[in-house]
Write a protein that binds this ligand. Sequence first.
Ligand SMILES: [Zn+2]
Ligand SMILES: [Zn+2]
Length: 254
Amino acid sequence: MNRLFYDLHIHSCLSPCGDDDMTAGNIAGMAKIKGLDVIALTDHNTCANCPAFFAACKKQGIVPIAGMELTTAEEIHMICLFKRLDDAVRFESNFCKYKIKIKNKPDIFGNQYILNENDEIIGTEDYLLPPASSLSLEEAYTLATEHGGLCFPAHADKISNGIIGILGTMPEKPYFNCVEISANASANASANADKNDFIRKYPSVKGKIILRNSDAHYLWDISEAVNYIEINSSPNNGSPEMIREQLFMFLKGD
Ligand SMILES: [Zn+2]
Ligand SMILES: [Zn+2]
């Protein structure tokens, strides 16, 4: 088995809360420096920087995953990941109608920059991205899975926008094979202890794959190579498609 070091929750400069330096090129470059094998771009309610992200990761030899951090109507943050870039693009075009249209105020909330495959700013998103969509948790799960996506609760240990903080428990339906707990610098040193504490506190997460991602909004927050998944292919030899295939099989529990 080979270790695949991952960070599956990263924001670009398209998220208003993401630093302007979080360009696709800078994210991929930092992930390379940190020794990560696979990273996912998960901007709030959009996949629009995923094509730029794929181009940047290809240059660095890192496996990219197209994703979105979707806000449900209940204000729960869900990570949606797609095996193929095309699936993410199709998902976004079908998700768009559920977004609430509030104009962004860049000087208050931050810039929302759209990048091209050369890492250049080619536009801005006019509507504020993070607010709740009109999709319920179940509807969001269904829409993501209909597009071949993997959907799991983001930062479930956090009160704000975490599934347990909002619902009081981990629901039995929809069923999530994975759950994310947040990472921080000190937590990296004792990741397993924190995972065990989390399971003890919330027994309803027992048996699920617990992922620890950075939720990086700044380059220096991107995970170090500490969290990994074991797969058959070597990250150095397998094609990105093959590695994504194995990663999704593992995360979906297939
Ligand atoms: Zn979040
Ligand atoms: Zn996030």
